[in-house]
Design a protein around this ligand. Structure first.
Ligand code: ZN
Length: 505
């Protein structure tokens, strides 16, 4: 037993140190995206490269392999869902993934994606897919090598990549929940369009000065439970949330003077990620129990606060008078029902990041469909624009006029993030299923929101989801919290109820 205790303590210490080092890189990257002068870019990339190498060396140190082997052969790890067993299991997972990849492949991927992202920026700007095609070919080739090096029990290469973002989930499982969702969404979008009702979008496109936007968004983030003594909000061109570690979680947003939704719902979204990060057990920093369950579960937290709470009628019952005070010129004469309709506008559009709550998931499923085909070789990179446009017309009834509105709009593939997209729609489904259970267990959430009471929901999420870190896979967490496996039914139910009322269908 004492050997096991010593081995475990040493392992935990090594993992914490590796995470501390990696978190220094997060601070530098946050600074790069918020404050760095352009002249400092090269020096910063050298700093980040050095730290990434040092952190990788620590995470793949052979001593970690020895400690894991010794711990796994002992019988003292206790309950398989207990902290010690989970931390050892997760350390093994990370160690295996890191050590299975040949260093040459890691370097090649890092170099290629860095150049490919620059090529993508230009290709997108000029709507010029052929200039990006060789990069996509190279990246897909490297990602196939990565999948082969990692290996899967299913024999499906895509699963090896998906597992990095959504541990334990397979493409077949994702398809099983996506397919019924797609049918319902296509029907709902079509019913909304046929309703003849059009949301008064112009209301959210009036002039919204930046200072009150910031004050109002921060107040809302604070009210839903983001702790500004352990975090802060800054500006960056691409909004994100970065949890540096215990007591320090950074949110960013961007302000658009003529679009209310961009910063406000962006801040609620990132604050949802931040509340999750702030709810992770600090004593387990660097260990499995101290880390977020999966990207999909992370996204479920941001989407819940952004959409299920922030775009609800009851949320605006509470916040609308404050919004009118903050923006008297834009909103002084606007009825709260019209404002509520405007922030819930649904209409097919080309750009994923600007999509509404209903059509968003269709954007994701299209990407998921194409990237699976790219990886198994049934779709060649050269044929991506045509395949994209055809799939888009099938799902949205319209065709992008240029590649920048189609297959070139997202940064993910150029950055080597293949297998990442489905986590966004999974996040919406997890959120819906968690929210349904929260409603059943906590009572009338809408009555609470209408009075500005968000603490019951926040504490419920802390207790049911955040404190567990990686104790369960996402699929098991859903079962443990909601008593049922993941299905698309709660999301479909949520969207149908909400938008039937809004569009009178
Ligand atoms: Zn997010």
């Amino acid at each position: 037993m004492s050997n096991t205790v010593n081995d475990y303590e040493e392992l935990a210490q090594r993992l914490r140190d590796a995470e501390l080092l990696a978190s220094c890189a997060s601070v530098l990257s946050w600074d790069e995206q918020t404050h760095l002068p352009t002249g400092g870019a090269e020096h910063r990339s050298n700093q980040l490269g050095l730290i990434a190498g040092l952190a990788h060396d620590r995470k793949t140190d052979a001593r970690i392999g020895d400690l894991l082997a010794s711990l796994e052969s002992s019988r003292d790890l206790g309950d398989p869902d207990g902290d010690v067993a989970v931390n050892v299991r997760e350390a093994r997972r990370t160690f295996d993934r890191a050590t299975k990849l040949p260093k040459k492949l890691v370097e090649e991927l890092s170099k290629t994606t860095s150049l490919a992202q620059q090529a993508w920026v230009d290709a997108k700007k000029n709507a010029d897919f052929p200039s990006f095609q060789p990069w996509l070919e190279k990246i897909i080739g490297l990602k196939r090598e990565e999948a082969a090096a990692i290996g899967t029990t299913t024999g499906v290469p895509y699963d090896a990549l998906l597992d990095d973002y959504e541990p334990g989930m397979t493409a077949a499982q994702v398809n099983a929940v996506f397919e019924p969702l797609r049918k319902e969404l296509v029907a709902l979008v079509s019913a909304i369009q046929q309703s003849g009702k059009v949301a008064p979008l112009e209301i959210v496109e009036r002039h919204y000065p930046q200072v009150p936007q910031r004050v109002f968004a921060e107040a809302a983030a604070r009210q839903i439970g983001f702790d500004f003594d352990r975090g802060r909000l800054d500006e960056s061109p691409h909004p994100f949330c970065s949890g540096f570690g215990p007591g320090d979680c950074r949110l960013t947003t961007r302000f658009n003077d003529h679009h209310f939704n961009s910063a406000f719902f962006g801040v609620l979204h990132e604050a949802g990620h931040g509340i999750y990060e702030q709810g992770l057990p600090t004593a387990a920093y660097g260990l499995g129990i101290g880390q977020a369950c999966s990207l999909g579960i992370h996204e479920s937290q941001s989407r819940m606060w952004e959409n299920f709470v922030g775009r609800s009628r009851s949320f605006w019952t509470y916040f609308y008078p404050t919004a009118q005070q903050a923006f008297p010129t834009a909103l002084g004469g606007v009825a709260s029902d019209d404002f509520y309709a405007a922030v819930n506008d649904v209409r097919p559009s080309f750009i994923r990041v600007e999509a509404d709550e209903v059509t968003y998931n269709l954007h994701i499923m299209l990407r998921f469909e194409l990237e699976q085909k790219l990886l198994d070789g049934t779709l060649l990179p050269a044929d991506v624009p045509a395949a994209w446009d055809a799939a888009f017309e099938r799902d949205f009834g319209m065709r992008p006029a240029k590649a920048s509105q189609g297959c070139l709009q997202d940064i993910h593939w150029s950055g080597g993030l293949v297998g990442y997209f489905p986590t966004y729609a999974l996040g919406n489904m997890y959120a819906a299923q968690f929210f349904e259970t929260a409603r059943a267990e906590l009572g009338d959430l809408d009555a609470m929101f209408a009075k500005g009471q968000f603490k019951p929901l926040k504490s419920w999420l802390n207790e049911k989801i955040h404190v567990h870190g990686k104790r369960y896979t996402a699929a098991r967490l859903v079962e443990v919290v909601t008593g049922k496996p993941l299905t698309s039914a709660p999301l479909v139910q949520h969207l149908q109820t909400k938008f039937s009322a809004l569009y009178g269908i």
